[in-house]
Design a protein around this ligand. Sequence first.
Ligand code: FE2
Length: 670
Amino acid sequence: MLVLGLCVAHDAGVALVDDGRVVGLVQRERLDRVKRSALITPDFLEHALRQLGVTWQQIDVVAISTCQSWPFLFTEPDRFRFEYAPEVAEELDLPAGMQSAIQGARSAFLRHTDRTLDRAKNIAEGMYGEYISVDPARLGDERHFAICVEWPYYARSWVRRLSEDRDVSTREVVAGSLERRVARVGYVTARVEFDGVAKPGVLVPHHLAHAAYGFYQSGEDRAAIATLDNGDVSSPSGGYYGGILAYGQGNRISVLDFRFAYEGHLYQRIGEFVGLGHGGAAGKLMGLAPYGEPAYFHPAMVCDARKIFGRDYCRGDKKLHGHVMAPVMHFASKGFETEGRWLDQMLPGIDPNSHGAKDVTHQKTRLAATAQKVMEENTIATLTGMHAGFTDAGMSVDSVVLSGGVALNCPANSRAARETPFARVRVAPAVDDSGLPIGAAQAVIHDLFDRPRPDVDPNSAEIAYLGGAFDEAAVDAAIAEAGNAIRVVETGDAATAAANDVADGRIIAWFEGRSEIGPRALGHRSILADTRPAENWRRVNRLKKREEWRPFAPAVLKERAGDWFAGGPSRSPHMLFTAQVRTKDLPAITHVDGSARVQTVGEECGGFRKILEAFDARTGVPVVMNTSFNGPGEPIVETPAEAIAFLTSSEIDAVYVEGRKLVRATDEES
Ligand SMILES: [Fe+2]
């Protein structure tokens, strides 16, 4: 069974899953070079199918992740669009109960038409415009959208009763749900048309797609699943949930509860508030938090979201909302006074007027640290309550799967691993919305159609290497295209040469095999530098034109990780956990609180692993700085031509593309 998975909002992408095997994921940002680019255009769909090695005619089912409060938008409805189609449920031979639920859901969707049209216009013209590379005027009429379906899924079921009863704890709801053996999530069927050929489609709720991706890539047969996301149930547009709590067993995923959590939303808002932009705010805030202390944290912010916010939060009651948020928002409402420099005390040697540093006040770092603590404490409280619910229901579950964008927060993941009763915390590499196309397709194959799951090694970087690859001819063509601007340097073994470059103080890029999916570069599209000289922190930030306070991550030979890092899980192949650095010898990757976001590197990482081995052989240090191969605000480099363009437009010393060392023609040294 060939299922094509789509995410059509921001982080748009197309995935192909062949029964259980994930063939690949094509992220639109990697093609149009707009970070977190939104919308599936017909041209992009054509490109993605070609890259995935399949034709539209071969596809059996199209799985489409819903997009929280985004409607589905179609740039060229004559070529590509979809519509709700209850009759497809029969064609797909879905159980009768599910068919009637689909009929009921359809009428609920149609009630949302007006709001959706407004929302469609807002998305294109408002703050989300940064993700959209098509003319918003083209999205103006009804043929260009299908209604957002997030709420109706939840509106007509047992879930609604559970959700409205906010006086019970997560623990009680989880236990109660497990005892009742609930419940399949509602799928909705659609007809998907591309260039005149229709295919059956299945719409998969956003959080089920997150949960499915995390669970089916976890290698666990049974697991608790928590999706942790930006959610805002009080927003004027109707809002959306911050996640679900679920139980995965074998092929099936049962939803236990809906999360009204606010910590993901608070984190995003504070990131924007302190001036870190919109799309990348959360990631930057994680790096800023260790500079401050959580001065505005209050225990009331740690809560079972049901009890504290309850229906009043849901309805936007400002009094209660204000009560819980008071310490943070009171401060925020006063604005920021200038309090002198802060970073130069925290990061000795930094130029206080350098890029990104002069605007960082002590207050901003305190606010960042507060948001971080709120997130960590709530994650732990949720997972602890969830575990207790399983225990109360007489079930022993050792593993928890975290998914959703908040699960990119490495310190929170690490504390979950250390401080909750779960023995294993599983986080897959594309848990943000970039992984939704895979999750939607997997949900349809395994949960809906009950097809068996393949074996997956969650500790392998292979599950991240699902992007594009380029053969020798493509590399040759890109080199030829660059003409006199660059020069190929003979090296013998490229990995050894790269390791020697790094040890000699050069900053290089390494491009190899299939690109990484998700936001973190894991050695296939990476910039590498020596971890030992303190100045490399600033050198690489300058080269990448990033804020100078932003930290860098280490990649370490997996079997040596324990010698250099403590307090993190023994395997962290996707750079999703932090640990404390055990030595003072690696200042370029040691954050001011002594932590680092570790990537453990196994044999499956190919030439990247060989670089670490060669670097270790020469220096005795099996640790190299690894940061994503991209310029400021750009998606990760995808093609050889983009790698070469980076070389010719930056101060990087060399770029290795599929084993070939490239330098600028004007540079003497090799
Ligand atoms: Fe999400």
